[in-house]
Structure formats: C-alpha cells, structure tokens
Ligand binder design. Sequence first.
Ligand code: ZN
Length: 230
Amino acid sequence: MEISTIEIVNSSKEKPMIVINNFIYHKNQDRKNGNIYCRCQYCSSKYQCPASVTTEGLNTQIVCFSIKQHVDYPFKEDIDIKVLNKEDKMRKRSRSEQIPIRQIYRSEMYNLIVETQDIENIPKLPKEKNEIDLTNPRFTSKSYSKPFLLFDTNDKDRITAFASDIQLEILAKSARWHIDGKFKSCPNLYKQLYIIHARLNEEMFAFNFLKEVCFKKRPNIATKNYNERL
Ligand SMILES: [Zn+2]
C-alpha cells in the first residue's frame, strides 16, 4: 500500500489508533518480538473488514500490511481525522487548563473551522439561522448510515431535534422522563438546548436534543413551545 498519510490518533476512550491514508486501525495483539498487530476499525462491525497492519511498536514504523484489502464501507475523510484529533486535544486541555470546558470546546471548534474552510462539501459556519444547512448527511446521521436528525421545522420558530433509533427505543420503554432546558450551553443562533433524560433499567440516558432559534421567555409562548415539543 502506498502511504500518503500516517499518524497516531487517540480514540474517544483514549486508546491510541494508527491512521493510515484515513483508514483507522486498532491495536489487536502484542507480538512476542515487540511488534504490534492492528486490525481495521471495522473488523468486527457488520462490514467484517479483514485488513490489518503490523507495526514495530506503538508508532508509525510499518512492518507489513495484510494481503487482504479493506472492504467497501463509508470512507473516512480528512475532516473525520481532524475531528478525532480535536476531540483528543479538548479532553487533554480540559484536564490541564483552569478555564471552562465550554470555552475550550469553542476555541477548538473555531480552530477546526479555520483549518477546514477550504475543504469541499463542508458548509461555511452559518451567521443567520436560515443559513443552517442540514441537507448534508454528515449533520443528519450517525456514521453516515444511521439517521440522527429527527425533524427540523426550518421555519420562523425553528426547532431542530436529534435522536437515534436506539435513543427513541429507550425513550419509548422508559416509564420516567426528566426534561430540562438549558440556555448557557446552547449553540450560537439557537436560544435553548432542550434535553430529555430517560430512566431505564436503573440507568439514566441523556438524549433527544432539541434546539430552537426563536424561543421567547414569555410564559404563554414557553408553554406553547414546551407542548409542541412533547
Ligand atoms: Zn477496513
């Protein structure tokens, strides 16, 4: 395989992964000679990808690739790898810096936007609510295949809701919901972040994020909007 990019990136669980030409490999086994055998991240998913790579250690020194190639699955783009790097940086900064996590998140997101502004198919950061474009599958699905956007009213009092099928299933099975509206942690352009927590099997799941643009804090409007959501 011709290598154009190779780097070590941490997973969301802070396990190092080797990223070669935007293919992600997880460590699978330590060999007796010190080499590390890594398998494609999709090895045990529905794709059953057989591709693997062996490295000299937890580094980018390649010993060999498997003969078997990657199967056909949604290809990771440059921005996907950049997002992984940014997430890792945010986790590290939130542990070492004495500033609010929200501030760290915003500064890293700003850096990401600057770094990716020339990448095709990535919409520019919206300045008005009507510029929020949810037609790109990147923003409406999980892993490009599982739907995540529940609905988007795209009107004057815009309400946008996100939930995966599994989250909806948990919500349907749960006998108790806790509903909370937040203003401070809401993304710009929206006025409120609205979260439903569901209790199931002694565990609390947080999901169903609704964000609305034109929420007004007048009681009659608030009641109307709360009812609309429910
Ligand atoms: Zn693969």
